[in-house]
Write a protein that binds this ligand. Structure first.
Ligand code: UDP
Length: 415
């Protein structure tokens, strides 16, 4: 058996679907319940490579309990890989986002071996498999469950992939019944013409990470971590990944500091189980922090969890997400939902999340990032307007019920 991630009622998490009605209205929830009734008895299996760290794990942890709450049978299973495999798949991930990579025979062999072994361990009892990202993409090829429907869910910006890697993966992806991308621009060149759906991710407003918290509690918690809450605070919440450009964030913060000497920066970065590159970058960032009393680094290794992310996203004056490439960037919606203005890289799915009229806070360089942050620090009225417009935009388009609805509608079309 492939390891099953325990969420939902028996894993200690349960969701009351009725609570979403207050936030999104009755219509979307009624539509989900009607679709779920049509699909009663269907067995769904999500497959990915890690239960912690990164947006996919974040999504599934809330997604599964929601499916259970509307009466669907869904499990979440993990690909079974070793550290070396994840080094290869991280290179695949980077290559699909456009990094140069010369695929070697040894890498192909290791990738296929792990996928084949996992496919042999995968239960055949499901009617629909939803396989996330490149790591387990070839499982479908090796799996015995031929009668089931298979969906590949791509979470990354694959608009201009390195051809050696996309060419290698394409035949395995062609075996899927449908591909799901965040936006049409991400369709892999080799797979144009194959059935595709475009479904953006979403955040769960009721999760600990996004639940309402009083601002004075947030400020006290932030003060408790050594930050001076009387001075401005910038925050970026992201894995330590070169595409998230934490060193660029530090450079932008230093430019802001020339004009606003009191400004502070907190970098919050969970380490993902399948991301070996992160450790090197964390070391670099920590070296910078050691020389700067206003630069703070917090990681999940030191106990930073969902509640702390919530507190910092609420308590910051400006959230930064200086991504160079980005599939979606859940953190942007997370911050906007909390009415915190965001300065972010014009990359992948980030612009989708910006409310109309605030595009000027989408940036493409360190200098631009610093200039826009400075604008916001100097204009509290603009911060408030941006935050309110951001929350309403996220409410309409990027909350969990919309994602569940789009996904189960696709499943109903397939089965
Ligand atoms: N995250 C977290 N703690 C951290 C860093 C990130 O909980 O220290 C969460 C973050 O709040 C978001 C997810 O991890 O929910 C990251 O998703 P995103 O789509 O922004 O980026 P990805 O890591 O998938 O590239």
């Amino acid at each position: 058996m492939l390891p099953k991630v325990s969420v939902g009622r028996h894993g200690g998490m349960s969701i009351d679907v009725g609570q979403y009605r207050v936030l999104v209205g009755d219509e979307p929830i009624d539509a989900i319940q009607a679709l779920a009734r049509d699909l009663a008895g269907l067995r769904i299996c999500h497959v990915n490579s890690t239960a912690t760290g990164g947006g996919v794990a974040e999504l599934l942890a809330r997604h599964l309990p929601f499916l259970h709450a509307v009466g669907l049978r869904a499990d979440w299973r993990l690909l079974h890989g070793e550290a070396e495999f994840f080094t290869v798949t991280k290179a695949f991930h980077n290559a699909l986002q456009g990094a140069r990579h010369d695929l070697t025979a040894a890498e192909r062999e290791l990738y296929l071996r792990v996928n084949e072994a996992s496919a042999r361990l995968l239960e055949t009892e499901y009617d629909v498999y939803i396989v996330h990202d490149p790591q387990p993409a070839a499982v479908r090829h090796f799996a015995a469950s031929r009668g089931a429907k298979w969906i590949w869910r791509c979470h990354i910006d694959s608009s201009s992939p390195e051809p050696s890697v996309s060419g290698f993966l394409a035949p395995y992806l062609q075996e899927y019944d449908a591909l799901v991308y965040t936006m049409p621009e991400f369709v892999l060149p080799e797979l144009r013409g194959q059935r595709a759906a475009f479904i953006a991710p979403a955040i769960d407003p009721l999760a600990t990470k996004n639940m309402e918290l009083p601002l004075d509690v947030c400020r006290r918690a932030i003060a408790d971590s050594g930050i001076d809450v009387a001075r401005p605070l910038l925050v970026q919440v992201s894995r330590f990944d070169p595409w998230k450009d934490p060193m660029g964030v530090i450079r932008a913060y230093r430019l802001v500091k020339e004009a606003v000497p009191g400004v502070q920066l907190a970098l919050i970065g969970g380490m993902a189980g399948d991301d070996p590159e992160g450790w090197k970058l964390l070391e670099q960032v920590e070296e910078e922090a050691a020389r700067d009393p206003d630069l703070f680094v917090f990681t999940n290794l030191a106990g930073v969890g969902n509640m702390e992310v919530n507190v910092f996203q609420r308590g910051a004056d400006v959230a930064i997400q200086k991504s160079l490439r980005e599939g979606f960037g859940l953190v942007v919606s997370e911050a906007l939902w909390k009415e915190t203005p965001v300065v972010a890289g014009r990359a992948g799915g980030i612009p989708l999340q910006f409310p109309a009229g605030f595009d000027r806070y989408l940036i493409e360089s360190v200098e631009e990032c610093a200039a826009r942050v400075l604008d916001l620090l100097r204009r509290p009225g603009e911060r408030g307007a941006f935050g309110r417009a951001g929350r309403e935009h996220v409410r309409q388009r990027f909350l969990l019920p919309r994602l569940i609805h789009d996904e189960i509608r696709l499943i109903r079309e397939l089965v």
